[in-house]
Design a protein around this ligand. Structure first.
Ligand code: SF4
Length: 371
């Protein structure tokens, strides 16, 4: 059995840590590329969500490398993620690929069925070892997100432009070569030290932008044209509202164990969207409110064309923007999105934020001198 899985940002490093600890033979899909998207677009229904198309491309590229089993997350609720796996299974079958597709759904339904699927993956190894592997992989996900967060803070302040990108690129290259959760965490720690050692300019007070939206487009750099890097290189400090560790801890582990969840965005979203409508629409609204309260200069919402929950969120965001006086830019992404036009819209938004901040500072100065 050679297992593969879909790409979603750093998730592949977390899955690598998990599978290596459990000695599961696996194939990491090649990094998402134009070819991946072209394959998915060719074989998926035209109006399918973009992540479904890219996942199809991931699967085909992994099958070409020898994978015969696919593992992916499942979901339920009023959005299309719940039937992703079935559609993908049918597409691969029609293409003549003979692969098993396991859906590791949240175990709040049939726990026996869930355990049966896990057992098929881990073979004779104990469930206790599987639990330790999950704990270690979760730690990897938390450390990875903290590393990203640090890079978002250092990048706009670095004195030698491009240093952060260089270190993060080196990390991505090296992490594919080290094996097991302990070694991955060691590499993360080394990389953190390298980032901390970058010389920064303390006088820089960068604009701050929060990224919200549909999880795949927010997390997967191929779909969002590396937006965090792009903004960072323009001197902007970024915060990503969704990340892999939050998803694992809050939506998978705590949900499965019926533990109290830490989801401050739910309370923040109450006046605008008081119920969960699928996807991450409530997160989008709540996190935009939180960014406004924290004094961020702007928010960017990202989502794939036809994503139903985010369309609802987009229609509510102007109210958040008006009430809390925070500019919000929405970027909708599909396979036809051109990088140049996308960057131009971001540059125009950043330009507007910079002028707005300057005006505010000037007005404050006048008020102070008047005093
Ligand atoms: S959240 Fe949006 S993109 Fe994701 S499955 Fe649902 S509708 Fe599709």
């Amino acid at each position: 059995m050679k297992v593969t899985f879909p790409h979603m940002g750093n998730t592949c490093i977390v899955v690598k840590a998990l599978f290596e600890y459990l000695d599961i033979d696996f194939i990491t899909p090649p990094v998402c590329s134009k070819r991946t998207l072209e394959l998915g677009t060719k074989y998926a229904p035209e109006l399918a969500c973009l992540p479904l198309k890219i996942n199809i491309g991931n699967f085909i590229e992994s099958i070409e490398k020898g994978a015969d089993t696919i593992v992916m997350a499942g979901g339920c609720g009023p959005c299309r993620f719940g039937y992703y796996a079935e559609v993908q299974r049918e597409i691969l079958k029609d293409l003549g690929y003979n692969v098993d597709l396991f859906v590791l759904e949240l175990p709040n339904g049939d726990i026996q069925e869930f355990l049966r699927r896990v057992r098929k993956l881990i073979g004779r190894q104990s469930l206790w070892k599987a639990l330790i592997a999950i704990k270690k992989a979760t730690k990897v996900s938390i450390e990875l997100d903290q590393l990203d967060k640090l890079s978002f803070q250092v990048r706009p302040r670095e004195k030698v432009k491009g240093k952060t990108d260089w270190i993060m690129r080196k990390f991505q290259h090296q992490v594919s070569k080290v094996k097991g959760p302990e070694n991955i965490i060691r590499l993360i720690n080394e990389t953190r030290k390298e980032l901390e050692a970058i010389e920064t300019d303390p006088s820089i007070a960068p604009l701050k932008i929060g990224i919200v939206g549909e999880i795949y487009t927010v997390i997967e750099p191929f779909t969002n044209f590396k937006i965090e890097q792009l903004l960072g290189s323009m001197g902007i400090e970024v915060d990503r509202s969704l990340n892999v560790s939050h998803w694992i801890v809050e939506h998978m582990i705590k949900q499965a164990l019926h533990l109290r969840k830490h989801r401050p965005y739910e309370e923040a979203a109450q006046p605008y969207l008081s119920t969960m409508i699928g996807g991450h629409a409530q997160d989008t609204i709540g996190n935009s409110v939180l960014y406004a309260r924290q004094g961020y200069d702007g928010v960017i919402q990202l989502y794939p064309f036809t994503c139903m929950p985010e369309i609802v969120a987009e229609s509510i965001l102007p109210a958040v923007s008006n009430d809390l006086d925070i500019p919000i830019l929405t970027l909708i992404i599909d396979e036809l999105t051109g990088e140049a036009g996308y960057k131009t819209r971001i540059e125009a938004f950043v330009d507007m934020l910079a002028r707005r901040k300057e005006r505010k500072l000037r007005n404050n100065e006048y008020v102070l001198s008047g005093n």
